[in-house]
Write a protein that binds this ligand. Sequence first.
Ligand SMILES: Cc1ncc(COP(=O)(O)O)c(C=O)c1O
Length: 377
Amino acid sequence: MTPKIVRYLAEQQPATPCLVVDVDHVEARYHALRDALPLAQIYYAVKANPAAPILERLVRLGSSFDAASIGEIHQCLTAGAQPSQISFGNTVKKVSSIREAFGLGVDLFVFDSEEELAKLAEHAPGSRVFCRLAVENEGADWPLSRKFGTTVNHARDLLLKSVELGLEPYGLSFHVGSQQTSTAAYEAAIAKVAMLFTDLSAAGIDLKMVNLGGGFPVRYRDDIPEIEQFGLAIGRAMTEHFGNALPQMLIEPGRFMVAEAGVVSTEVVLVSRRGGKESDPRWVYLDIGRFGGLAETEGEAIRYRFRTPHDGLPTGETVVAGPSCDGVDIMYEKNRVQLPHALNSGDRIELLTTGAYVTTYCSTGFNGFAPLSEHYI
Ligand SMILES: Cc1ncc(COP(=O)(O)O)c(C=O)c1O
């Protein structure tokens, strides 16, 4: 929690639940990533937080953007990005979206299937395409490998086919899974990509780019390796496998760029022990829950840290849930949170490192609760 956010919350006391983001901290993370991976071009994964103040700041810093939809492409353009700075990075795109993006001047598209490649050939003729490989997501708290990516062999066939279809076979991409805590995941993926580069080169296709995706972790409850360690591991693996013929490197950080810059301020609605006995579990219900933006608590995958007005006082194991009448609106039951005994309804508490994947996950009004309000400072 940055001093700016502490001051803002104390002075403004904005109505809860709300997210407060320190945009200067996003800038600091951008610089940290640039320092750790100086040869990589940053394509911010807009889905992590598409708020205009963040996109505008990143445009000013010279960032490029990974967009998941035509809506995100428009958000980038409105923020001042050039079409040439945008990659349409979703392997599942509507024809109308491909056409519109191409018409706007976007010419870098991902695919992972023959069917999507055919759509690109027809509706974005001549554009640069890159194929997403499926890679191991072990070590990631939020895996992505079941839904996206293809095999090395199929990628080879598809990139050869892309030439016949009049497209430019530009590169390969992967995603090691979000909140990836192991540097080895990138090393293994780079080795896989390099093999295919060599194989395709022998077949007459010289790819130009490796897109290493996102995945760079932030500190929730557990310690994680520093970004410098990821930078060193990736740099070493790229040199080992590509030598002096380094391809253009892209990274698509989402969580790393914005998570730590944000804090959710929430009110305790109820503290109760249903059943009435001291041995019953203590439940704390907040005015934000799974449907108010904390969707990544699904499976208790992302475990946020809490800050309360009673920190330092004795604590006990607590189940934490949201305010709706839905039975799945429970954030932490298996991984109970140590919260102060003194906590009571009406207390205002903070959930730290919540700048990523919160605002846009929020429902538009489930159970009549208003969407999360946002403050960019
Ligand atoms: C294609 C793509 N790139 C980048 C990201 C951002 O990943 P992260 O937030 O882990 O950095 C995602 C996340 O879902 C993604 O799907």
